[in-house]
Design a protein around this ligand. Structure first.
Ligand SMILES: [Ca+2]
Ligand SMILES: [Ca+2]
Ligand SMILES: [Ca+2]
Ligand SMILES: [Ca+2]
Length: 281
């Protein structure tokens, strides 16, 4: 395969994206690439969202590091990370070169997790979100890195995990935050708190998706609860999941499954729509 730089024009983001997907699949998921080349070449290419889910599931566990594509089609990738001096840095990585392009003001508490997400729901990532050890949340626009939101010091004492997903009828993505043992939805455009759970939860990782195929979103907690995304009611909790969870369709029925593992643990997968563990044999 030729390097991406030889085949991609600077402003053609679609080709660059395809090139990155292909390169990632080739070098990290060679068996899948071979399977596609030999038997499944007629299948449509992964959507970007599928690719991101795959990449997240296969990525490292440095929660303070995330990455995103340059918005204007420049070469390279942008990496954001939280430093031990309570700041977020953005570096641009190109072939053989790393340069800092932005640094935040000093934040309250150290960065525990950074995510990049699509706050306005138009399909393109537009925001960088940080949760900090002080219980604060910070949001910056990817376009120019202006600060869009910071939670008040009095809002939350402790945030144990968060994610981003569209959980309701408005097109904006919600920040789904487990803070002070309650789950909150924060609208990604107005940053108003739109919903808070009645029950307490203690998870350290969560993901959101339609895991039972009913066209409604669920919240999946690594403690094993699967919650209806509109009511917060527990829909299933027969198993305790591992430390790490991701949502991928593992049995090929078109419905997301819960894939989980933890230190020293084997991978397990659960089909919530069948309320059972998936047996690979
Ligand atoms: Ca967007
Ligand atoms: Ca929404
Ligand atoms: Ca559902
Ligand atoms: Ca499935």
């Amino acid at each position: 395969m030729r390097p991406c730089a030889d085949t991609v024009t600077p402003r053609d983001r679609t080709d660059r994206r395809r090139c990155r997907i292909l390169a990632t699949l080739t070098w990290t998921l060679l068996p899948l690439v071979l399977a596609v080349a030999t038997g499944a070449s007629a299948q449509p290419e992964l959507t970007y969202d599928e690719y991101l889910r795959l990449e997240r599931a296969a990525s490292g566990r440095l929660l303070q590091v995330t990455k995103f594509e340059p918005l204007e089609g420049e070469t390279g990738m942008l990496m954001a990370f939280g430093s031990n001096f309570n700041a977020v840095h953005i570096y641009r990585l190109t072939q053989g070169r790393t340069e800092e392009v932005w640094k935040s003001r000093p934040l309250d508490g150290f960065v525990q997790e950074l995510i990049v997400t699509d706050m306005d729901g138009d399909g393109l990532n537009d925001a960088l979100v940080s949760r900090n050890s002080s219980g604060r949340i910070y949001v910056w626009a990817l376009d120019g890195y202006r600060e869009l939101y910071e939670s008040l010091p009095s809002d939350y004492i402790n945030i144990t995990c968060f994610t981003a997903a569209n959980m309701d009828d408005d097109p904006a993505t919600e920040l789904v935050v487990l803070a002070n043992s309650l789950i909150h939805y924060i609208d990604g455009i107005t940053f108003n708190r739109q919903w808070t759970s009645l029950n307490n939860f203690e998870a350290t990782q969560m993901r959101c998706g339609d895991v039972d195929g009913d066209d409604r979103m669920e919240i999946v907690l690594n403690t094993g609860q699967v919650l209806d995304g509109l009511t917060g009611n527990i829909e299933w909790e027969d198993y305790r999941f591992g430390v790490w969870i991701e949502l991928l369709d593992m049995n090929g029925d078109g419905v997301l499954d819960v894939v989980t593992s933890g230190p020293g643990q084997p991978l397990r997968a659960f089909a919530v729509n069948f309320q059972s563990q998936i047996r690979f044999q």
